[in-house]
Design a protein around this ligand. Structure first.
Ligand code: ATP
Ligand code: MG
Length: 183
């Protein structure tokens, strides 16, 4: 499984539809301060089901919608979609019947988020579980935020354990156990 495309429309500073092809190997994003590099990583995290506005550097989730600029009005919605090559058929059970997966999330002001996998409407939890089982996802240690390294150095042992669990690929099990305990 690897990411092949990230499309943004009305997400944060990406007001116009933007289509990024992600090639195999290492991808670097360079540009001046404020050009949107961190916004791109946040888009990736967001489409994988991130639900904490603080992780998006906002007060509410609607803050990810393009808020308007000098000559551009605010947008009514934001959409991000992520394409995944599943040629190796390593997607978790239930998602593994096609060579490509297309995950989309759209947020509309006052109407919240809606998710689709290959065009079919799904719940946030389905998307979160897909990525949790694939050991990636919104909370994955593979995505390192600006400032996160120093946070990690100062972290409590319990938070460090969560990071090891992610790396070991058992966080999907962890989430399910947590839900079972709540029931
Ligand atoms: P640095 O190199 O300083 O880390 P960066 O390339 O990571 O910069 P970002 O933090 O991704 O930059 O982008 C910040 C820009 O995104 C700011 O100009 C900010 O105004 C803009 N921005 C953030 N949210 C929105 C929004 N909802 N609507 C419009 N613009 C937004
Ligand atoms: Mg940045």
């Amino acid at each position: 499984m690897h990411f092949t495309r990230l499309r943004l429309n009305g997400f944060k500073s990406f007001v116009d539809p933007t289509d990024l092809v992600i090639h195999d190997g290492l991808t670097g994003v360079v540009g001046p301060n404020g050009c949107g590099k961190s916004n791109l990583l946040e888009a990736l995290r967001w489409v994988m089901g991130e639900n904490r506005p603080t992780a998006m550097r906002g007060d509410g989730m609607e803050d990810v919608i393009f808020a308007g600029a000098a000559r551009r009005g605010a947008r009514a919605y934001a959409e991000v979609s992520l394409s995944i090559d599943n040629g190796d058929r390593l997607a978790p059970a239930g998602f593994n019947d096609s060579d490509a997966l297309d995950i989309a999330r759209r947020i509309t002001r006052d109407a919240g988020s809606a998710y689709r996998i290959n065009g079919k409407e799904v719940r946030a939890r389905d998307v979160q579980m897909l990525f949790a089982d694939a050991s990636t996802g919104a909370h994955s240690p593979a995505l390192v935020r600006q400032g996160q390294i120093s946070e990690l150095i100062n972290a409590k042992p319990r938070s460090r354990r969560r990071i090891l669990e992610e790396a070991a690929g058992i966080s999907g099990l962890y989430q399910r156990r947590h839900e079972a305990e709540l029931k």
